[in-house]
Design a protein around this ligand. Structure first.
Ligand code: ADP
Ligand code: MG
Length: 497
């Protein structure tokens, strides 16, 4: 496996880019981190606000067990240290979207410690990215400045919603590695079911830390670009920010540690404020909350509830199932595809009475080329595929038992996409069965040869290449229903006698 070397060419030579990401992932839970208010996306502004979220005096936070459970499961999925003792701290600051005047977070004793995520920036490349910690914290509300000419509005629906902050080590060295990391992290969160990973709805966003250095030098000063909400924007922000820092240093300036914003329309980052330090927030243990203590039974339950994760699944697809690394990568890249494939595989094996390993290749090829091709054309996700995994398995069964040739199967599949009907019904109603009837095939061949006497003479005179032409004509005359093997065999016999 080779590692990529991404370099920025400056006036003074090559520069290396150093990237660390802090990802905020909204925990999948019906209720908020410390209150019973709903977390439903798209609700009327301020519909999901309890007295706790509005920070009414005297309200007390109560930790939501499900949120803690999801964060622990996420930590286990990245092989991280799970801290049986952790604690919530108050991070004090004033802002209009934060009615409490502080955010409850975990600075000193996070729930989850060090872990790792393996990435594949390009096929055949592999790299492990260190995770420093995952802590649990509250989200803030949202300010809206574009609803009224002179007023700003506040929506507290997100106030108090549970977030995991997943902090990577500064281990990434290119925009491509950062992109691969985010996609892999999102895949893991979706497999685990701890976050829906929906960046458009804001359930996953990244703070992008970037610095530059000459290869071999110590780390340079980083800037942090806040709240970037798509993989593409993260990559663009890194690209821009790294080049800006190189230009700045080479023209005699110095990078200052600051917080920046990404402008997706212009593709540039802009300074927002100078970087604050932990002491600026006057962190202290939240006196309203006891430390979190996890017992072994809780941890065992969390571990037992984990599904097979992307790396393990991929290894199983490549090993026991015998798929190519490419196919295994595509099929495990997101949990919905993997689920669909496994349902298809089970059905394909059942229909044919064979072990899954014997039919895995055919199922994988069909899903990746035929089904994905069709979904792409229709602009649909696999979750709303018009054809079910069971129907896919039936279709592959009809190919395996010789009822359908490859080209007939494609025709039947098109009709399945349109009608939603089972393949057997389509074959029956439209007479799309392939034929191995040698009498019928010989009759068509005789017509084809008679109609193309000149070509027959050329073929017999040594122009072997014409064989394909006769196959094509015969198939066409049979509307694709001739069994290709039988057609080939009978044609050879007819031409060579
Ligand atoms: P803060 O909350 O102050 O931003 P954190 O410790 O939560 O601090 O996050 C620091 C992030 O910055 C981590 O993701 C880390 O990998 C990254 N980082 C640290 N040093 C550098 C550096 N020199 N260049 C790029 N990223 C860095
Ligand atoms: Mg930060």
């Amino acid at each position: 496996m080779t590692e990529s070397t991404y370099r920025i060419q400056g006036a003074t030579g090559e520069w290396e880019v150093v990237i660390g990401l802090e990802v905020h992932a909204q925990i999948t839970s019906n209720a908020k981190l410390f209150s019973g208010a709903s977390t439903r996306f798209g609700a009327e502004p301020n519909a999901n606000v309890s007295l706790v979220d509005a920070a009414m005096p005297g309200m007390l936070p109560v930790p939501n067990r499900e949120c803690i459970r999801q964060a622990v499961r996420t930590g286990m999925a990245i092989d991280a240290q799970i801290n049986k003792w952790s604690r919530f701290d108050r991070k004090n600051y004033f802002y209009a979207d934060l009615p409490q005047g502080y955010q409850i977070s975990q600075l000193y004793h996070p729930l989850v410690g060090e872990g790792t995520i393996s990435i594949e920036p390009e096929e055949g490349q592999a790299k492990t990215i260190g995770i420093e910690r995952i802590h649990v914290e509250q989200d803030a509300g949202k300010l809206m400045h574009d609803q009224h000419p002179t007023r700003s509005y506040i929506d507290l629906n997100r106030s108090g919603v549970a977030l995991m902050e997943i902090v990577s080590r500064p281990d990434m060295r290119s925009p491509a590695e950062a992109g691969a990391y985010l996609r892999k992290l999102r895949a893991i969160l979706r497999y685990v079911g701890s976050c829906d990973g929906n960046m458009e709805e804001g359930s996953m966003r990244a703070d992008v830390n970037v610095s530059v250095r000459k290869p071999g030098d110590p780390f340079g000063t980083r800037t942090e670009t806040k709240n970037v909400n798509s993989v593409r924007f993260v990559m663009a922000a890194i690209e821009h920010e790294a080049n800006r820092q190189v230009d700045l240093i080479e023209s005699g300036g110095t990078v200052v540690q600051e917080t920046r914003l990404f402008d997706p329309d212009k593709g540039v980052t802009r300074s927002m404020r100078s970087k604050e330090d932990a002491h600026d927030y006057r962190y202290f243990p939240d006196p309203d909350l006891l430390p979190l203590e996890l017992d072994d039974a809780f941890l065992a339950e969390c571990r037992a509830s984990l599904p097979e994760l992307p790396d393990a699944k991929r290894a199983r697809y490549e090993g026991p199932l015998g798929l190519t690394p490419y196919a295994a990568g595509v099929l495990t890249a997101d949990v919905e595809t993997a689920r669909w494939f496994e349902a298809l595989l089970a059905e394909t094996a059942r229909v044919q009475g064979k072990p899954e390993a014997d039919v895995a290749k055919a199922a994988s090829n069909w899903l990746i080329s035929d089904l994905f091709g069709a979904l792409n054309r229709l602009g649909k996700d696999i979750t709303d595929s018009p054809v079910s995994p069971a129907q896919g398995g039936q279709l592959l069964g009809l190919v395996a038992d010789g009822t359908l040739s490859g080209s007939l199967a494609k025709q039947v599949f098109e009709i399945m996409l349109e009608t939603g009907d089972d393949p057997a019904k389509i074959v029956e109603e439209r007479g799309l069965k392939q034929t191995t009837d040698t009498g019928a095939i010989d009759a068509v061949i005789a017509d084809v040869l008679a109609a193309n006497a000149d070509k027959v003479a050329e073929y017999r005179g040594g122009k072997d290449k014409l064989f394909g032409f006769f196959v094509g004509q015969t198939m066409k005359a049979m509307a694709g229903k001739g069994n290709p093997g039988v057609v080939n065999e009978r044609l050879k016999a007819a031409l060579d006698n």
